[in-house]
Design a protein around this ligand. Structure first.
Ligand SMILES: [Zn+2]
Length: 336
């Protein structure tokens, strides 16, 4: 009965609020993938599109928000936060097109966050990457496993101050299998899963923060040069919209609060994300191989600021998802 009523409520909400949907738009097949005209989608959501540089860069804008797209690129921006699309924005016969998957799985969940009246975000599972025999990245004597734990402990203390219950997948230099991490979150009925890591690259000039959430089924992850990884659906895909919302709020909060480069909201099939049964993200909080980033990563004062930004990201996600639908801002839609 409860789920029946929830279903009726969901149907009622959709009918009343007229959530924008790309389903009613004409689909075009580009290299085997479904695309829609960016102008059609923009019109259906009350946004306007404008070329910044003809056939190179365009913006899609509402009075309060701007999206930026680059032709033949997966790199885009929503509200000045970098988003890696699953497929590039393309132009055919002078018409800008965007993939249906990017509209439905990435852009719309960010622009039109859905509240969950049943959700009370209370238990947060923090996962300090690596540990024990698994050192993670190594920069001279500095081991990633040490800094992920230090950050997790800072975040945990701040979350507790804010009334959250915190589960740490490890609270010491302990070896932990990847499969154990998602299991610990599940066993403790965590409402959210946040994995903490630091990055490394072959050259010292690569720097910045990346936030990952699970790749949509059927698509390549952001860093798959050859696209060789499997494209299966996993348990974590059930929470796609909330994974993306959480990832976006987290990245936005971090790059606005801290002097660290924005490398984007990306997609990956990391095991901890695949197996999470609750909204889940993985934060790569800077490059240990960059002199600029590593100075911050190893600094206790900066770590406290990073921890505060992570907590603020969780709180801003909670504000968007908790409670009723009353305050949800829905632009006028022609496709109801
Ligand atoms: Zn790592």
């Amino acid at each position: 009965m409860k789920s029946f009523l929830a279903g009726i409520f969901a149907l009622f909400s959709l009918t009343v609020f007229g959530l924008p949907t790309a389903k009613g738009l004409e689909h075009l097949s580009i290299a085997g993938s479904e695309y829609v005209r960016l102008a059609d989608w923009a019109a259906s959501t009350g946004f306007k599109i404008k070329w910044i540089k003809k056939n190179e860069q365009l913006e899609v804008r509402s009075p309060s928000l701007r999206l930026d797209f680059t032709v033949d690129s997966r790199k885009s921006e929503i509200g000045a936060v970098t988003i890696m699309l699953s497929l590039p924005m393309v132009v055919r016969n002078g018409t800008p097109l965007i993939s249906l998957t990017d509209v439905e799985s990435t852009i719309q969940p960010i622009l039109f966050p859905q509240k969950n009246p049943k959700q009370h975000l209370k238990i947060i599972c923090l996962d300090p990457g690596h540990g024990g025999k698994d050192t993670g990245k190594i920069d001279k004597k500095n081991l990633e496993k040490k800094y992920t734990l230090l950050l997790a402990q800072e975040v945990a203390a701040l979350l507790q101050k804010n009334g959250f219950k915190v589960i740490l997948t490890r609270n010491s230099d302990q070896t932990l299998e990847l499969s154990d991490r998602a299991f610990i979150a599940r066993r403790n009925s965590a409402d959210l899963f946040v994995s903490l890591h630091y990055n490394a690259a072959g050259t010292p000039d690569v720097r910045g923060v990346e936030v990952y959430c699970l790749t949509p089924p059927g698509f390549n992850s952001s860093n798959d040069g050859g696209g060789k990884s499997d494209r299966h659906a996993y348990a974590g895909n059930v929470n796609n919209d909330h994974n993306v919302m959480l990832g976006y709020q987290m990245l936005k909060t971090i790059i606005r609060a801290l002097p660290i480069e924005d490398r984007g909201l990306k997609r990956s099939r990391f095991e901890v994300l695949r197996e999470a049964r609750m909204p889940a993200i993985l934060i790569e909080g800077g490059f240990m191989t960059s002199p600029l980033d590593s100075r911050l990563v190893y600094d206790a004062t900066f770590r406290k600021r990073m921890a505060q930004a992570v907590v603020d990201g969780i709180i801003s996600y909670r504000k968007l998802t908790e409670g009723s639908d009353e305050k949800l801002q829905i632009p006028t839609s022609k496709h109801q």
